[in-house]
Write a new protein. Structure first.
Length: 265
């Protein structure tokens, strides 16, 4: 089975955007998320961080035997569940992945302005890294947008065509790379859809001051191969997605297990 829709999703991207995604490995969607959804998501992110749920989730991923399953997962919060199968996003994913794809994972955070940058890396799950036959994407949602008071997203266009280890550029830290594109001026509710193999970095503001950066990223992958999961409790996560009916009748196979390998640390 696959996540093929029983009703074709409405196309969202135009031909130029689809071409840009194929060429550069990313496309910027300013103000993509509905304002009401953004407001709901921010409240849930505050709960996720302030109630220690994010820390519990990390602990469960690091040592599942000692810490057990997380008490709450991101997809069990209603707005986050709605975000996973947000209809315009499903249309965008269909535009770049085709009609058959599955959910991989979700991360949510409220990043403090003092948080250090994150070095150059990519997030394409493959062990070992050997090809780019099947596409995996990350939908990077910036609930408050990006501006001079937040760290910026930096991407290296076209780098998804290179087969390399995730940390192949990590020795550069967050330093500038020829050809990079800096994304630091996006309105609230903006989304950057990136091929997971595109090298990117989070570059902190030098002053270390500013405001919190509300950030949610969701990952999806084409069917046709078996993908490595990133959470040891991935079966539980996918099971809950099915139980909650995320995706509804149009995307009933978004959480099928058959498209994944067993977890390996």
């Amino acid at each position: 089975m696959s996540s093929t829709s029983s009703v074709k999703a409405t196309s969202v991207l135009d031909a130029a955007q689809i071409e840009q995604f194929a060429r550069d490995g990313y496309v910027v969607l300013p103000g993509f998320l509905d304002e009401a959804l953004v407001s709901r998501l921010k409240r849930e992110v505050d709960r996720w961080v302030d109630d220690g749920l994010r820390d519990r989730s990390i602990a469960s991923a690091v040592d599942p035997e000692a810490n057990g399953l997380p008490p709450v997962m991101e997809l069990e919060m209603p707005a986050h569940a709605d975000l996973i199968a947000y209809p315009p996003l499903m249309g965008v994913l269909t535009d770049v992945l085709g009609p058959s794809f599955v959910f991989h994972h979700l991360h949510s955070d409220r990043q403090a302005p003092t948080l250090p940058g994150k070095p150059w890396h990519h997030d394409y799950e493959q062990r070992p890294q050997r090809d780019r036959t099947y596409a995996m994407v990350h939908a990077l949602h910036y609930l408050d947008g990006l501006d001079p008071e937040t760290s910026s997203l930096v991407v290296l266009p076209g780098s998804h065509h290179r087969v390399a280890a995730k940390d192949a550029n990590a020795h550069l830290g967050t330093e500038s790379i020829d050809g990079e594109q800096v994304l630091d001026d996006l309105p609230p509710g903006s989304t950057v859809l990136a091929h997971s193999a595109v090298f990117h970095a989070r570059r902190a503001r030098p002053e270390g001051i500013g405001k919190d950066r509300y950030f949610v990223d969701a990952s999806y992958c084409q069917t046709g191969t078996r993908w490595p999961p990133v959470k040891p409790y991935w079966r539980h996560m996918l099971s809950r997605g099915r139980e909650l009916g995320i995706g509804g009748q149009q995307w009933p196979h978004l959480f099928d297990e058959e498209h994944f390998e067993e977890f390996r640390r």
